[in-house]
Design a protein. Structure first.
Length: 673
């Protein structure tokens, strides 16, 4: 059935509305409606068009979903060639450009428009009677490929223009690109689907633009920015700035970072400002472009060979370069983390010579499969540390072998360990490894550990650098004479330090356990372990299941404790510490309750007499457990004042709730703590 007037009108209104929202979203970056509302409008229009095909027009936004695949792209001859730009690689060359312009024009101060140089693909868009009719790639500059159906899917490209004498017949030129965020999302999607990842947004945009099947292009989040006009249109403009403003007014996205500036100093300031913000722009740029503002002056300046004399690209240092992997080293961090680092043939990237690139961890190394001798793409963006982006697999030498992490720490020979769910491999010789020495000493001496007054980082630096101290055990062998020779160490402070060391020898088991710096064993866990095992020997002998019987010790903590005490280097240091006279009181292990009689308590709110720690200790002394959150496994919730959600949850689950008095009665059978 043919559409009636009302339906035809509705289709027209919908088309205009949808395109207006496109402009608001892409050109103005100020959407008025949600994605959902937008989709609803689009669906209404496509329903109408399906029922009444005669309503369908080439400029309908429903056509942005892509069309049937092409066999090949047709050729498009550019009526005015699409030229390239000359480059200025440094300030001198930018100044030389301005000088040439001024001399050729015979003018003193010249006004320029500066814009970012987008790192995308140049395209040309042709409008006839205000309708988008043809889009082409730059190709060799003289002729490109007809990618009209692909460009129709790019929502920031207007399919129709408001009526106006200057826009009826118009050729707009600009750049197709992909926002960095959209690129990351696309790559994540590709990764999930097991597809190929793109090296950078430019490649991803190029891949999208060159699809014969425009339905694929429609799924690539491409964007467009206009930066000029070709042979036709915009007759009323006298300057490039006016051209850009007019393009923006009729619905093209034009870069908001553009500026009109006077003379070379203005340009250089712009270059520095954009350069400082380069990393924060949503799209990649590789420079800025300077264009003489007056169009009559542009004409007068004309062209040399294939580039205009009136414009130039002032480039930023490239952020990516190709180089060779000379070796793969391992760095051991202060906490024992092993980081593979690629040693590179020196190359200048982003204005700095790069000789190393981190490979982060074993997984990353495996994923990128970097091998010695490989040709790699290195990236250094802003202040970010250099990274290997990809390996040129086709350039790999025959016989290049995959890299494996060693089983022994390259610094101290202790075992290298890696948790199942951890990306990072570590040296387990925490107390012994020179790479971890300073960190281990500072932690050992800390207030909550051995509390050695006066042993701060300046002093630790000196002690380690002069090789006076290698492990915490060496601290207790220091003599006044050795200390007095150090910077900022008078006789008196040396004596004070020795006194503090002497005092530290009498300690508590929980402090000592904490001081060892076992991974995943904080102060609280150290206290629980001391309480549960009562003595160091029992703790050192405990296997993983015995460890997990301690409160709040799960498989991960149990494993790191085993790894620590499994490393002979650490045991040697502990032996020496005890020889040096470190001592603490030990108690028997916590009484084991008959199987099945241990109960699980959860504490919440403020109790009247007992602190949280005291209450916990009391419960554990009776062989019960304290958990952090209420679950079906909870037997009792002990609630004090200001008890919150845990109490509510206990009630909801029907768990017995006690107050302080109730707790004491239950455990000890009397009423006062
Ligand atoms: S103007 C006559 N402005 O740079 C030259 N080009 O080497 C007209 N480009 O592939 C070009 N951003 O796609 C101009 N703001 C900008 C640009 C820009 C990127 C690209 C352009 C072309 C290359 C020229």
């Amino acid at each position: 059935m043919a559409a009636d007037r009302r339906q035809a009108l509705r289709a027209e209104v919908l088309r205009r509305e949808i395109e207006r929202h496109n402009r608001l979203y892409y050109a103005g970056d100020a959407p008025e409606i949600t994605d959902l509302e937008y989709d609803r409008l689009l669906r209404e229009l496509s329903d109408l068009e399906r029922r009444h095909p005669e309503l369908l027009s080439a400029d309908s936004p429903t056509q942005r979903v892509g069309a049937a695949p092409l066999a090949a792209f047709a050729e498009v001859r550019h009526r005015t060639p699409m030229l390239s730009l000359g480059n200025a690689l440094d300030e001198q060359e930018a100044r030389a450009f301005d000088r040439r312009v001024r001399e050729a024009l015979g003018e003193e101060g010249v006004e320029y428009v500066a814009e970012p140089k987008f790192d995308g693909l140049a395209i040309s868009l042709r409008y006839r009677d205000g309708l988008f009719v043809q889009g082409a790639t730059r190709g060799d500059g003289a002729a490109g490929e007809d990618v009209t159906s692909n460009l129709r899917t790019v929502r920031s490209i207007p399919l129709s223009l408001p009526r106006g004498a200057d826009t009826a017949d118009l050729e707009v030129r600009g750049e197709v690109l992909m926002y960095r965020e959209a690129f990351e999302r696309l790559n994540a999607r590709q990764r999930q689907a097991g597809g190929k990842e793109f090296a950078n947004p430019r490649n991803a945009a190029a891949g999208g633009l060159r699809q014969l099947d425009s339905r694929i292009t429609a799924r690539r989040p491409l964007r467009f920015f206009a930066y000029g006009v070709g042979d036709a249109g915009l007759t009323g403009c006298a300057t490039h700035a006016q051209v850009l403003d007019r393009l923006e007014a009729v619905g093209f996205p034009v870069c908001a970072e553009r500026a009109t500036l006077l003379g070379i100093d203005g340009l250089l300031r712009y270059y520095a400002q954009i350069g400082a913000r380069r990393e924060r722009l949503p799209y990649a740029i590789d420079g800025v472009v300077y264009k003489v503002n007056r169009l009559d002056w542009q004409q007068r300046l004309g062209f040399v060979s294939r580039a205009p004399r009136f414009a130039i690209a002032h480039k930023y240092p490239a952020e990516e370069q190709v180089t060779e992997v000379l070796g793969i080293d391992l760095q051991v961090g202060r906490t024992g983390a092993l980081t593979p680092v690629a040693r590179l043939k020196p190359v200048s990237v982003g204005g700095v010579t790069v000789t190393n690139a981190t490979l982060h961890n074993e997984e990353e190394l495996r994923r990128k499969d970097v091998r010695v001798g490989d040709t790699v793409v290195v990236r250094r963006a802003g202040d970010v540390i250099p990274e290997i982006v990809s390996v040129r697999a086709q350039a790999r030498r025959a016989g290049a072998r995959p890299f494996h992490l060693p089983r022994q720490c390259p610094i101290c020979g202790s075992a290298v360990v890696r948790g199942e769910d951890e990306a990072i491999a570590r040296c387990s010789g925490g107390l012994y490894c020179p790479a971890q020495r300073k960190q281990a000493l500072l932690h050992f001496a800390g207030r909550r550990a051995m509390d050695i007054d006066g042993l701060g980082d300046k002093l630790v630096d000196q002690l380690v650098e002069r090789d006076l101290v290698r492990t915490p055990a060496d601290l207790f062998g220091l003599a006044t004479a050795q200390l007095a020779g150090l910077e900022r160490m008078a006789q008196k402070s040396a004596e004070n330090l020795l006194a503090a060391l002497e005092r530290a020898k009498r300690t508590r088991l929980d402090r000592f356990i904490f001081a060892l710096g076992i991974r995943n064993v904080g102060e609280g866990t150290a206290r629980d372990l001391a309480h549960h095992f009562g003595g160091l020997e029992r703790l050192m002998q405990a296997d993983e299941s015995a460890l997990q019987a301690a409160p709040d010790v799960g498989p991960i903590v149990a494993r790191s404790i085993r790894q620590f005490f499994g490393e002979p280097h650490n045991l040697e240091v502990i032996r020496k510490l005890r020889e040096a006279g470190l001592a603490w009181e030990e108690s028997g292990p916590a009484p084991a309750r008959p199987a099945g009689t241990a109960r699980v308590f959860v504490l919440t709110g403020t109790l009247e007499h007992l602190s949280r720690d005291q209450a916990k200790a009391l419960i554990e002394r009776h062989g019960h457990k304290v958990a952090g959150s209420v679950s079906k496994q909870t037997d009792y919730v002990v609630a004090g004042a200001q008890a919150g959600s845990k109490l509510a949850r206990a009630r909801a689950l029907g768990i017995a709730v006690l107050d302080e008095q109730g707790l004491i009665e239950l455990l000890e059978g009397h009423t006062h703590p």
